[in-house]
Ligand binder design. Structure first.
Ligand SMILES: Cc1cc2nc3c(=O)[nH]c(=O)nc-3n(C[C@H](O)[C@H](O)[C@H](O)COP(=O)(O)O)c2cc1C
Length: 425
């Protein structure tokens, strides 16, 4: 096939989709039947989280085909489209967690296991979903999490995401391993994004990258601390094997040196620098010395670390396990959230991510102590499926679902959502 072809040949793709139909991966992650599974097909196994089968007839619940972004009814519609439009290995990169997917599944299962305690006869004729972070007001608490390599999912990559963020006025956080430089993204966003930092083990590289984002006007550095070393991405490895494209159009084929990402270009970066196994809490102080940007720590899962982070003077805490892509702890972020929120006690903003797929999930995140809730895969599915309109539709779906949830739960403002708004089981 042509080196720059975005998709595997039809035969390979059909073989892959047949494999996917028989795989538990899609079914276990969200319980829908895979893209081209025939009507009436037997359950593909592992549908423990959300059976997509009618309990009365035991037949699969059909999903209407989605051909435009506007037709998507929930974010899982986007996932199904993206499974057919994003190159196979790249789709595997979106979907993957680590090991046997225990942590990713747990993120989702724990959110689903909670229920909302709906209150009645409250005036919900006007709704207030706004949140203020570092003096900037956002119309909703829904944040676009940093995700790398977005040109691997759609030709316009981070630029499409930025335009969608601007159109819908959402906070966008740009990854260090973005496939587009921060200056271009800021222009497309119509203002500076927050910048997610991977520390690297070379201070000169880190300093150059931070200075560049500061010069670009990014007000916040989000330091990711949950992936200082590599992780065991079994699902990605499996899906990559199903993709025999020459991937030169997006990155070097396996075995060759990787392309240097735009944010490392112009620095002394070498691929060996990428990980930062020696990073400790002292890194926060070093960052403070070189920048006046706000510092958010992303990837905390315990109250002990939240305490240290506060003592080190961080400006916000982001509860995350990287969408189940770092350690295979099996601990869900929404379960870690209350212990962290109680240590923070409102002193700095708390953001959470991991498995939030519906407006009702976002409501639960707020109820458990978050000020804002970030999503990763859902907007990547929208991006892969339809580009900018897909990302916009995902943001619109989540916002509308959150609005409906708040009204029906009798909580017309985010401030009114609290611990008593949810229950376990
Ligand atoms: C394809 C992909 C790439 C990601 N890249 C990064 C990254 O470069 N930096 C980072 O801090 N987190 C990264 N993440 C993690 C997200 O920021 C976020 O923590 C996670 O996706 C949230 O979980 P969710 O996908 O279940 O919503 C990535 C996640 C995905 C799915």
């Amino acid at each position: 096939m042509r080196p720059d072809s975005p998709h595997p040949p039809a035969a390979t793709r059909r073989a892959f989709l047949r494999w996917l139909a028989a795989s538990p991966v899609l079914a276990t992650l969200h319980g829908c039947d895979p893209p081209d599974s025939p009507p009436g097909a037997a359950p593909s196994g592992g549908t423990t989280l959300r059976p997509s089968f009618d309990p009365a007839t035991l037949q699969p619940i059909p999903r209407a085909p989605v051909t435009t972004a506007a037709e998507a009814l929930d974010v899982f519609d986007m996932e199904r489209v993206a499974a057919t439009t994003v190159p196979t290995a790249h789709f595997g990169y979106i979907q993957t967690g680590v090991d046997g997917e225990e942590t990713q599944l747990r993120n989702r299962a724990a959110v689903e296991a909670m229920h909302i305690r709906a209150r009645r006869l409250v005036d919900v004729s006007s709704l207030d979903m706004h949140v203020t972070l570092f003096g900037r007001e956002w119309p909703t608490p829904i944040v676009i999490a940093p995700c790398g390599s977005q040109r691997g999912f759609h030709a316009e990559g981070e630029l499409a995401t930025a335009r969608a963020a601007q159109a819908r006025d959402h906070l966008q956080v740009l990854s260090t391993v973005s496939s587009t430089a921060v200056e271009e993204v800021n222009e497309a966003r119509g203002g500076p994004v927050w910048y997610q930092l991977y520390a690297t083990s070379n201070w000169d590289v880190t300093q150059a990258v931070v200075e560049r984002t500061r010069a670009a006007g990014c007000p916040v550095i989000v330091l990711t601390v949950d992936l200082a070393v590599g992780s065991n991405r079994v699902t990605l490895a499996r899906w990559s094997r199903m993709d025999d494209r020459d991937c030169r159009g997006c990155h070097r084929p396996r075995g060759e040196a990787p392309t240097v990402k735009p944010m490392f270009q112009g620095t002394v970066y070498r691929p060996a620098d990428f990980r930062s196994p020696g990073m400790t809490w002292d890194f926060i102080g070093r960052l403070r010395e070189i920048t006046d940007q706000r510092i958010v720590v992303k990837g905390l899962m315990t109250h002990e670390d939240a305490r240290i982070a506060l003592d080190r003077g961080v400006d916000a805490i982001w509860v995350s396990n990287h969408g189940g892509r770092s350690e295979g702890s099996g601990q869900a972020t929404i379960d870690a959230l209350p212990e962290i929120a109680s240590v923070v006690a409102g002193s700095v903003p708390v953001i959470v991510d991991g498995g939030f797929r519906r407006g009702s999930d976002i409501f639960k995140g707020i109820a458990r102590g978050a000020d804002a809730v970030a999503v990763g895969r859902p907007y990547l599915w929208g991006l892969g499926a339809f580009g900018q309109p897909g990302v916009e539709r995902v943001l619109e779906i989540l916002r509308e679902e959150l609005a409906v949830t708040m009204r029906l739960a009798g909580t017309p403002s985010l401030a009114g959502i609290g611990e008593s708004s949810v229950g376990a089981g």
